[in-house]
Design a protein around this ligand. Structure first.
Ligand SMILES: [Zn+2]
Length: 453
């Protein structure tokens, strides 16, 4: 038997159904339409009702394991933020701290409407995050970070070790949890990786995607959809540093070493040259826009409207808790639209439909999961139910406008991933651990780390 979830259904940016319903059977959506019609057709299904029912949002660039550093690195520029705060934090974390941080990050996502993440972990203890994601029920593409230069000793690895660890993790976790968890090979960025390391990332993905039986997989196997996830062109200073070393701007450099293409998601893309914009379009590389992080670190405003004009797929990301400082997907929708308007000096830029599409269909492409990002028969049952019983949500003339410009993650009452209820009325349902215990454990680890640092 299935579930009939009723409410004002925002199925995708173009489709709003007043008095609608979504029917879920197993892990899939089997019908979307008029509430009365569907209630007649499925009289025995369990009933749930929310004010607004929407697709789960996709956070296509997040660092869940930086959650313990929230509030530790405010009001500084990216280089100092990274070298003085964030890398020392990651270096000081053991497996238990990593697990506590990842659980906190995924809890925050699930309770505020994110059902899928593209998660940039750390160099060590990636296993802890995979286990946390498996247990809490979130959908995610996760990857251990590669750094073989310009890193603290505790995070810098010989190239072969970084690549071997990536290979062993992708073999262990890609396609697990009923396909909910997948792998992204995750070099941190050009400045922390040698050219050999960057090229090895491309070779690793291609070997698994194309090698058939060679790497323990058959053609058309689960390794076909491996992806690469890295940072690029976040700040003007970072662009200059890559240019000084390689003679090329970061996106040109990544293209030269093989890290562009439809299977690559680049976070930021704030300062592209004309040639780099053309590379992104020609190679069908995906960009994840992180407006809050870019504003907080004063990195600049990515040319999102221009990317979209060139048919570059753009997704949305929260980036890390130390540079956001929240993982609220609804806040990010609003920030993306507002920053786009300010940067373009045009209130018509990045309207609600556009940014909602970035956080749904764009996120599906960025994370490489098919059949997510819309409420449609045949799609995976990843959805959220929101309350509008607040002054802030009164009136709701236009549900899509409400979701982008007024809603908060706190309005989320119910989250379903892959047909499983994972969050309901303030509590994690799928996990053995409750939300309060996760917050308490994370706070304890965060205090210990803050003392050490
Ligand atoms: Zn990042």
């Amino acid at each position: 038997m299935g579930t009939l979830i009723a409410g004002t259904v925002v199925a995708d940016p173009e489709t709003v159904i007043q008095d609608g319903a979504v029917v879920v059977e197993g892990d899939a959506i089997t019908a979307v339409g008029d509430r009365e019609t569907l209630a007649d057709r499925y009289p025995d299904h369990e009933r749930r009702e929310f004010d607004v029912v929407a697709p789960g949002l996709v956070d296509a660039h997040v660092h869940s394991v930086q959650s313990l550093g929230r509030g530790l690195a405010d009001d500084v520029a990216l280089d100092e933020w990274l070298s003085e705060y964030v890398l020392p934090l990651e270096a000081a974390m053991d497996a238990d701290a990593m697990r506590a941080a990842a659980e906190l990050g995924y809890l925050e996502c699930l309770e505020s409407g994110t059902t899928t993440v593209l998660d940039h972990l750390s160099v060590h203890h990636a296993t802890a995050a995979f286990e946390a994601a498996a247990d809490l029920g979130i959908r995610g593409r996760l990857g251990k970070v590669l750094m073989d230069r310009n890193a603290p000793d505790a995070l810098r690895q010989p190239t072969e070790v970084a690549v071997e660890e990536s290979e062993s993790l992708l073999r262990e976790y890609h396609g697990t949890a009923d396909g909910r968890l997948r792998y992204a090979v995750t070099p941190r960025f050009a400045r922390s990786c040698t050219a050999d390391c960057l090229r090895a990332c491309r070779e690793l993905v291609d070997e698994y995607a194309e090698a058939g039986g060679e790497k323990g997989s058959e053609p058309g196997s689960k390794y076909d959809d491996l992806r690469i996830h890295t940072h690029a062109s976040e700040t003007a200073a970072g662009v200059a540093a890559v240019e000084a070393e390689t003679g090329k701007r970061p996106i040109e450099w990544l293209d030269e070493v093989g890290l562009t293409g439809p299977d690559v998601t680049l976070a930021h893309g704030v300062h592209p040259s004309e040639a780099e914009r053309a590379i992104l379009a020609d190679t069908d590389t995906v960009v994840t826009h992180c407006p809050s992080a870019n504003m907080k670190l004063a990195s600049g405003a990515a040319p999102v409207a221009d990317y979209l004009d060139r048919s570059v797929t753009v997704a949305l990301g929260n980036d890390g808790p130390p540079c956001n400082n929240a993982l609220d997907a609804f806040t990010e929708l609003r920030q993306a639209s507002l920053l786009g308007k300010v940067a373009g000096d045009d209130p018509a830029r990045l309207p609600a439909e556009t940014v909602f599409r970035m956080a749904t269909a764009g996120g599906a492409r960025a994370t490489g999961f098919d059949r997510i990002g819309a409420l449609r028969a045949g799609y995976r049952a990843d959805l959220v139910g929101l309350s509008t019983a607040t002054a802030r949500a009164t009136p709701v003339h236009d549900p899509l406008s409400h979701l982008v410009y007024a809603a908060h993650g706190d309005d989320v009452a119910f989250t379903m991933v892959d047909g499983d209820v994972v969050y309901d009325g303030g509590e994690l349902v799928a996990a053995d651990v409750d939300a309060a215990a996760i917050r308490e454990r994370a706070a304890r680890h965060a205090d210990r780390l803050a003392e050490r640092l």
